[in-house]
Design a protein around this ligand. Structure first.
Ligand code: PSU
Ligand code: MN
Length: 310
């Protein structure tokens, strides 16, 4: 095992025994939701994953160690401390070398999960190509990571703070399949559909597991996006959300928000402007993703175990 990696016993045991494991990110805790909702949600998501037969493994860099699985104390630190660094691929080496602490984004978590050998990862929404990226070049490192690291990401699509059309183009260029769960549409995080279609509709966890397994068996390296629409009763009104997102983008422009601050700024603005409605939606969709993620991890592990026992 890599000397920088520090895995909990629970996760190490599950991996050694070929039991289903689900990786979870920590930027959603430190930068995606306010305290204490973030801590409560992280714990509830972990509980849902356990109830559905998989072991949750939240990743982060803590005091220079790449953590695979967090204790309650570590989760609480990430959820409540103000100055936690948002850790994407580019941040990991510095944080590990200097003994610092950071919460991993989708890109950061995919890297850590790949290092630990965890193929399935659950989150809320992925980063993507920002609106206006043709002049700002603001394209999330999440997309590059999806192009290179063998981890399947279960999410609720991407928020329309992004340019969803350009995000789909970029994923296509990188060879990343976008599968949508029980729908042909690309879900847009707060809403169950968008103006875009996914690449393929998938209907159950076994079908998802088969695509993942086949991809990697063929040597088609890189990730997959599995987009699970937000539960119907938690979805928000599209026109209302689009207007709020417009305001958020204008405010970010006015305040000249740049680089890694852009996404957290927009998320916080939307949270405040919707008086918590966006937070409730966020919590509902990540719990729903946790169910599908645990089921997919179980189906994928079953496939892999049956091959190994031949
Ligand atoms: N989108 C969300 N919620 C989030 C994020 C994105 O709806 O919490 C976080 C994730 O950690 C994602 C990161 O990986 O923001 C993307 O940041 P950036 O756009 O700076 O790459
Ligand atoms: Mn960016």
């Amino acid at each position: 095992m890599n000397p920088f990696v520090d895995m909990t016993e629970e996760v190490a045991y599950a991996l050694a025994e070929h039991l289903p494991v689900v990786a979870l990110e920590s930027t959603i805790i430190s930068h995606g939701m306010p305290y204490p909702d973030n801590l409560r949600t992280a714990e509830e998501v972990a509980a849902i994953i356990r109830e559905h037969g998989a072991v949750p493994a939240t990743t982060a860099i803590m005091d220079g160690k790449i953590k695979i699985g967090l204790t309650k104390e570590e989760l609480t630190r990430l959820a409540s401390e103000k100055e936690v660094i948002k850790a994407s691929r580019k941040d990991i080496a510095y944080l590990a070398a200097s003994g610092k602490t950071g919460a991993t984004t989708v890109a950061g978590t995919m890297f850590c999960a790949g290092l630990a050998g965890i193929p399935i990862f659950v989150t809320g929404g992925i980063g993507g190509v920002h609106r206006g990226a043709e002049s700002t070049m603001d394209i999330s490192a999440d997309l590059e990571e999806l192009g290179r690291t063998n981890v399947a990401v279960i999410c609720a699509g991407a928020k329309s703070i992004l340019d969803l059309g350009l995000t789909m183009e970029y994923l296509e260029t990188k060879g990343v399949p976008v599968l949508s769960y029980q729908t042909d549409h690309l879900p847009a995080f707060f809403t169950r559909s968008s103006a875009f279609s996914s690449n393929y509709k998938v209907n159950d966890p076994e079908e998802i597991a088969a695509v993942i397994d086949t991809k990697w068996s063929l040597g088609l390296d890189g990730g997959l996006v599995i987009a699970n629409p937000i539960p119907e009763h938690s979805a928000l009104e599209e026109a209302y959300m689009n207007q709020t997102i417009e305001e958020a983008l204008q405010e970010a422009d006015k305040q000249k928000v740049k680089q890694k601050e852009v996404t957290p700024f927009l998320l916080e603005y939307i949270h405040k402007a919707t008086e918590g409605k966006s937070l409730q939606a966020n919590i509902a969709l990540i719990k729903s993703n946790a169910v599908l993620g645990a089921q997919t991890a179980a189906a994928f592990q079953k496939l892999r175990n049956s091959v190994h026992s031949l």
